[in-house]
Ligand binder design. Structure first.
Ligand code: GLY
Length: 335
């Protein structure tokens, strides 16, 4: 059984998050035993009863008080934490498909600060890691790991210069997850090719992610109850998520070229505006969608559809094929 994660808000209510507590399942349960990590309370053991939603819970033995529990359904865009890594000066050697000049280091550093601020404003605790000069692409932390509600999977980047980034990320994942698995190979998977939706994990085969890597990922994530669906990243596109993002439980932002592949037939798709395909890589984080600045038509479409949009300059990251999702690992710790 997953540990139940509860967050105590200022109003004294406990909010529960996690796939274990969908609907009113947890409401009215008696919770026994506790560990406190910051404002997060992880309850390793749950004794269920049949009571309905809104019941008060007796918390013991560490908490002698009685608090009300407000069940909060799990959504795949809700997170409490993020890991980022500041850009190294070696980012001027970062991989890129087309050379548009090197990123300006001061500008990319300032943009990165704005990005971290946007995550914090979205309610996340951000762990900022130091740059690793030996890995020019190390600020694109998403390619090194996949974080799921149950645990983390250390990935195996298909770019040989990036393999060591995954190894460097492993101890930081072990700090926050009780379960950390790893893709051992021979296949490859990069996080930029993985889109986690409410009901499945889509993994795009690409120049960086192959069938063997996807099969191993499917095995690990499958043991945690996830369904993995292999899809195809359009030819010439770096990552699957270069061309799409999750906006909510049913809605995807996608480029027309990726949408045309039919891989989102079961979803509602909002297409990027003509000429603004480069903003398809955005992130839904709690109540906001963080997207690159400079794509006003798509931003307007999203705002008109009711999304709260926050923009961050991405011109320098874009020179080394980086975007909003690549710059963070987003998750809720299990320890
Ligand atoms: N520069 C990001 C990548 O190619 O992996």
């Amino acid at each position: 059984m997953l540990p139940l994660r509860l967050r105590c808000s200022d109003d004294g209510l406990l909010h529960a998050a996690g796939s274990e507590i969908a609907g009113s399942e947890i409401a009215g349960s008696e919770i026994v035993g506790s560990e406190i990590a910051g404002s997060e309370i992880v309850w390793p053991e749950i004794v269920r009863d049949a009571a309905g939603a809104g019941r008060t819970l007796a918390l013991k033995p560490c908490f002698e008080k009685i608090l009300k529990v407000a069940p909060m359904p799990y959504h795949s865009w809700q997170f409490t934490h993020a890991i980022t890594r500041r850009p190294p000066t070696s980012i001027c050697n970062g991989l890129r498909a087309v050379d548009q000049g090197n990123p300006d280091f001061d500008r990319i550093t300032a943009d990165h600060r704005d990005y971290v601020a946007a995550l914090r404003n979205a309610g996340m605790t951000v762990v900022e890691l130091a740059p690793l000069e030996e890995f020019p692409d190390c600020c694109f932390v998403e390619d090194a790991a996949l974080c799921l509600p149950q645990g983390a999977i250390v990935l195996r980047p298909g770019a040989v210069t990036r393999l060591g980034e995954a190894r460097a990320m492993a101890p930081h994942l072990a700090d926050v997850f009780t379960q950390v698995e790893a893709i051992s190979g021979p296949g490859f998977v990069e996080g930029g090719d993985i889109l986690v939706t409410e009901r499945e994990i889509l993994v795009g085969r690409s120049a960086r992610t192959d069938a063997a890597g996807i099969a191993e990922l499917a095995q690990i994530a499958g043991a945690w109850g996830h369904r993995v669906r292999e899809v195809i990243t359009p030819p010439g596109v770096l990552h699957f998520k270069t061309d799409c993002s999750l906006l909510d439980h049913q809605t995807i932002l996608a480029t027309p070229r990726l949408n045309a592949s039919g891989c989102f037939a079961d979803y509602t798709v909002i297409e990027t505006a003509a000429g603004e395909e480069a903003c398809a890589n955005a992130i839904r984080v709690n109540e906001v969608v963080i997207m690159p600045a400079g794509f006003p038509k798509t931003a307007e479409i999203l705002i008109a559809r009711g999304y709260r949009v926050v923009t961050v300059n991405n011109t320098e990251c874009a020179k080394v094929d980086g975007g909003m999702s690549c710059l963070s690992l987003r998750f809720t710790p299990t320890k």
